[in-house]
Write a protein that binds this ligand. Structure first.
Ligand code: AMP
Length: 142
């Protein structure tokens, strides 16, 4: 069953397209958190980023900074957040990889609030962190 983003890629449903190349597509989010809220997706139908091919990942990486610059120019605002919800428990509603690029308007200005996720840092435990960093480093080699 194709996701809504595959239907957008195939032009079966409309979108406010802002960029397209052979491997990626970017379009405005239909329920923006702020003016200029844009989604950048690979054309490859990977549900989560850990399942994405290196080629599609590289294409996203190539497009992302240019897209950010274009959004900054068009909105006149350099402040933005980039977010990727990976899997349903992390808030992903559409199972097709997508970066949110979300301009952050100044408080009180029109155009929405942008991203206001609760950000609650904790204190690192250096012993646990050393073991964890070594586990992740080992997993990178698998
Ligand atoms: P996520 O929760 O990270 O999966 O975000 C999915 C995003 O897709 C939401 O911000 C939706 O507003 C957006 N969205 C869903 N359907 C469409 C659509 N047809 N066109 C543009 N954006 C969409």
């Amino acid at each position: 069953m194709p996701t809504i983003f595959e239907k957008i890629i195939n032009a079966e449903i409309p979108s406010h397209k802002v960029y397209e190349d052979d491997l990626v597509l970017a379009f405005l989010d239909i329920n923006p958190l702020s003016t200029g809220h844009t989604l950048l997706i690979p054309k490859e139908p990977a549900p989560t980023i850990d399942q994405l091919s290196p080629e599609a990942a590289a294409a996203l990486g190539r497009a992302l900074p240019a897209l950010c610059r274009a959004i900054q120019r068009a909105t006149g605002n350099d402040a933005l957040n980039i977010l990727l919800n990976n899997t349903k428990p992390a808030g992903q509603l559409v199972p097709h990889v997508h970066f949110h690029i979300i301009p952050k308007p100044e408080t009180g200005s029109p155009g929405g609030q942008g991203l206001s996720a609760p950000w609650k840092p904790s204190e690192i435990d250096h012993d646990e962190a050393a073991a964890l960093a070594s586990d992740i480093a080992a997993a990178m080699k698998m």
